[in-house]
Design a protein around this ligand. Sequence first.
Ligand code: AMP
Length: 222
Amino acid sequence: MTGIVLLGPPGAGKGTQAIRLAQELILPHISTGEILRQNVKDLTSLGEEAEDYMNRGLLVPDALVAKMLTERFDRPDVKKGFILDGYPRNISQAKTLDDILSSKKLDISTVFYLDTSDEVIIQRLSGRLVCKVCGLNFHIKNIPPKNKGMCDSCGGKLYQRKDDSEGTVKKRLEVYKKEAAALIEFYEAKQKLHRLSADGNSEDVLKQIVEVAQKCDDTLKI
Ligand code: AMP
């Protein structure tokens, strides 16, 4: 099985890369942010508890996210592997992830750290558009949809995330940076971390990720 984790600041392109990588490698994409947004949309009790944290750019309490992730890893599609995006966000979550995976006899093959500068992050997030139906990301300038307001892939309506406003983006970056160094060290010590610059074109970044993933794991079906 192939377990890939994508780390990086908000705006590094984790979501975009994870969706493309999941298609290339034929593996399920697990995004904690997407699962939480779906819960908010569906007005579940988890969504109600999480919404305020999300709107303020803060992390949803670890216990809530851990429960949600454990349920996701109960589904049989993860047996062949997974692309995890948005988790872990701190050391406590990294340890929880190890516990969840070992209880299911799964493992992490590679962790990618998508290094991104603050200017690029702010520029990307302030123009980001997300498909309401399939979650695909676009950008007003960098990746404009073919038809205004409509997803190229499924025709779904595009919207701007509430937490992509400038003030909230700054808060999210601050929260991210506080925990990132420890997380990087954690996976470096396990010799699983690969850093790459994600400031450039998303196609080039994807190519680099696929190359490294293949080198680290010869069971990959491409
Ligand atoms: P994302 O789509 O990954 O940028 O996540 C959007 C928001 O969902 C974050 O700002 C957090 O409020 C929440 N969230 C997503 N993943 C996690 C996580 N692993 N732990 C806590 N909160 C999370």
